[in-house]
Design a binder for this molecule. Structure first.
Ligand SMILES: C[S@@+](CC[C@H](N)C(=O)[O-])C[C@H]1O[C@@H](n2cnc3c(N)ncnc32)[C@H](O)[C@@H]1O
Length: 338
């Protein structure tokens, strides 16, 4: 019998073992190893003593990660930062420290462990593993809520520049960011458009962080905070409403309720601006196809194709006007009242 082709096997093996890397990166972030190396390389003994970890286990963790370009092993045996490890530092505004933490946190990790049951039954894995819907859990468990919000803010920092650059927001005086998290996108918009006023709408616990960050800055006077549930009511009198990474958290029924709440507030010339991945057909690579699994597991939501988005909007009194691709891979979808 012929030997199986080595390349597909090796590629598959790497994918299968992907979970090892997720946990290794989580643990490196959890012990703030990149922070501890910020001033230069250290011996494993010194690093482990500062991190409060077991030296030999720490050395093995770093050696494995260094093989993938995260951390760097010096000829002296000391470990230092690599360009990738720089982004694991907790003090980087555009890094992935909080995202690494989120992915490995036990409550997140355990939900992914239920994927098999999720695929078999369609029941959201997170609800099976934690007994409640994700956003209820995040509200009731403040540490998890903070971890999630910080990870969202971090990811937002990676894409806001490309979103703001890709669309002309200059006609809008008052913009509401619905489920705007810690306000990263709104902050960037207000910095770019000095006449714009922003309303950040989210759960109260999430807004606290944004208030703390922006109070005392020149933007504070143009920023308003409103808390509540977007299924119940949405602030009125805006020229544009933003929904970034919100619709993908919900199935069509719940997303429809939210869109109808938006529709009720939408004045004739106002715009609804949705930012999401739009999934391409076939085998084409799109990060959204993996994020779709995260939605399946964590909250029962879904990423959508352009046609699915158009239909969802039409079913809820809205019409898809334009799709503007951005360099981040996300699309900005402009909708108006139908
Ligand atoms: C995936 S995050 C997206 C945050 C932000 N728009 C971004 O792109 O980074 C979803 C946001 O929706 C908020 N959220 C969830 N359910 C909500 C509700 N019923 N009412 C208001 N906000 C809600 C969460 O607190 C969270 O900030």
């Amino acid at each position: 019998m012929a030997e199986p082709a080595a390349r597909p096997l090796a590629a598959l093996l790497k994918l299968i073992n992907g979970a090892w890397l997720t946990q290794a990166l989580y643990v490196a972030a959890r012990f703030r190893l990149a922070d501890l190396l910020a001033n230069g390389p250290l011996s494993v003994e010194e690093l482990a003593s500062r991190a409060g970890t077991h030296p030999q286990s720490t050395a093995r963790l770093l050696r494995a990660l260094a093989m993938f370009g995260v951390f760097h092993e010096e000829a002296s045996g000391q470990f230092g930062l690599s360009p990738m490890a720089e982004h694991l530092r907790s003090d980087r505004p555009s890094g992935l420290y909080h995202w690494a933490l989120l992915q490995g946190e036990p409550w997140h990790w355990q939900a992914w462990g239920q994927l098999q049951e999720n695929v078999k039954t369609g029941v959201t894995a997170f609800e099976s593993s934690s007994g409640r819907p994700l956003f209820d859990f995040l509200e009731q468990e403040p540490a998890a809520g903070e971890c999630f919000a910080a990870a969202m803010a971090e990811l937002s920092s990676l894409s806001t520049r490309s979103i703001v650059k890709s669309y002309d927001f200059s006609a809008f005086r008052r913009v509401v960011d619905i489920g705007g998290g810690e306000g990263i996108l709104l902050q960037h918009l207000l910095e770019t458009y000095p006449a714009m006023h922003g309303v950040l709408f989210d759960r109260e616990a999430v807004l606290a962080k944004a208030r703390e960050r922006l109070s005392g800055t020149p933007l504070a006077q143009r920023m308003e905070y409103q808390s509540g549930s977007f299924f119940e009511s949405i602030p009125g009198n805006a020229d544009a409403y933003l929904l970034k990474h919100i619709l993908h958290d919900w199935n069509d029924a719940a997303a429809g309720r939210l869109l109808r709440a938006c529709r009720e507030q939408l004045r004739p010339h106002a715009r609804l601006l949705i930012v999401e991945y739009l999934l391409p057909s076939g085998d084409t690579f799109c990060h959204g196809k993996m994020l779709d699994l995260e939605m399946l597991v964590m909250c029962g939501g879904q990423e959508r194709t352009q046609e699915e988005m158009r239909t969802l909007l039409a079913q809820n009194g809205l019409s898809l006007e334009r799709v503007i691709p951005t360099s981040s891979g996300l699309s900005l979808i402009e909708a108006v009242g139908a």
